[in-house]
Design a binder for this molecule. Structure first.
Ligand SMILES: C[S@@+](CC[C@H](N)C(=O)[O-])C[C@H]1O[C@@H](n2cnc3c(N)ncnc32)[C@H](O)[C@@H]1O
Length: 297
């Protein structure tokens, strides 16, 4: 019983502790089922499949846990919210814990559940780097998880996203961690426009986080494609970077190799800057789709 889930859980024992209760529990073929991914959020399970079926044996294992289980498909054009499969339905947002930081997760919020678990190590590193008196800019911020970590490190944060509901969610994440919202900035709008505005105003940051969608279009219809335009994004960010500052540049664009990504980053960065690639967390072993590069002097 529970052969695959049990084995996958044992592999992740070093991750699960009283400070962290959210992680990827099964990662495709590495854990016995290609195209099947299971994430655990405070003991509730979210299954994602590349096809229209959950393998029968695994489905039974999931049912027998008695836990809340939701399911979403990754292969459909329309990105829909996960649907309830087994166990008690989770119809309201609920807190999850990562490295002692609380975030709000939600199975009703559409395609994504409020946090990208593959960014765990980067969030921890942002928290480690952030210092009091520093200013950290989190662009494409989604629910502001990076900002929360920077603020817990003592920095003053600016959280930037196109979506008002995501910024509000970010504010709730600040409140969950008893951070004072009056000491931080939340900006609704386009990253490209804001970066230009900050540079014009001479406003600089000690750290800037870039994690754009693979493809986007700004309000004037201008298209941004990670594999073509990332250098221009780095260039805009570099113009707002304080001396000695860093940029964290991420992409999960599978079409782009790490080598090509780094070439693009160097094209956009100040020539004297160095790149350092950071690995993905252990629970995502087997598929290095997320490329994270620290750019610094
Ligand atoms: C992949 S998510 C970022 C995840 C986030 N870095 C994290 O780790 O939690 C992309 C986010 O970018 C936002 N977004 C997309 N285009 C944008 C733009 N041009 N300017 C600002 N935000 C944008 C979306 O609303 C979404 O919240």
């Amino acid at each position: 019983m529970n052969q695959f889930l049990q084995q996958a859980t044992e592999k992740r024992e070093s991750l699960i502790n009283s400070d962290t209760n959210c992680f990827r529990l099964m990662n495709g073929y590495t854990d016995g089922h290609g195209g099947v991914f299971v994430e655990s959020y405070a003991d509730r399970l979210a299954v994602a499949t590349l096809g229209g079926e959950i393998p029968t044996g695994l489905k039974e294992e999931l049912r027998s846990t008695g836990k809340t289980v939701y399911w979403k498909r990754l292969d459909q054009q329309e990105k829909t919210a996960p649907t309830h499969l087994f166990g008690p339905p989770q119809e309201t947002p609920f807190p999850i814990l990562e490295n002692g930081v609380t975030y709000e997760a939600n199975f009703q919020s559409g395609y994504s559940q409020g946090i990208f678990l593959d960014q765990r190590l980067n969030r921890a590193e942002v928290r480690r780097r952030a210092q009091p008196q520093q200013r950290i800019l989190n662009t494409f911020a989604y629910t502001g998880a990076f900002s929360v970590c920077a603020a817990l490190g003592g920095a003053t944060t600016t959280t930037l996203d196109l979506s008002r509901p995501y910024l509000d969610w970010g504010k709730r994440n600040f409140e969950q961690n008893k951070l004072n919202l009056d000491e931080h900035y939340f900006c609704k709008g386009d990253t490209f426009h804001w970066l230009k505005r900050f540079a014009k105003q001479g406003r600089t940051f000690d750290g800037i986080i870039l994690d754009p969608p693979t493809f986007s279009r700004d309000d004037k219809g201008k298209i941004f494609r990670v594999e073509v335009n990332y250098d221009s994004l780095v260039k805009l960010a570099s113009a707002c970077l304080a001396p000695g500052g860093w940029i964290l540049a991420c992409t999960n664009c599978r079409r782009l190799s790490l080598e090509d990504f780094e070439t693009l980053l160097l094209k956009g960065a100040d020539r004297s800057m160095k790149l350092h690639h950071a690995a993905m967390p252990l629970d995502f072993a087997g598929d290095d789709y997320l490329k994270s590069v620290w750019i610094e002097y």
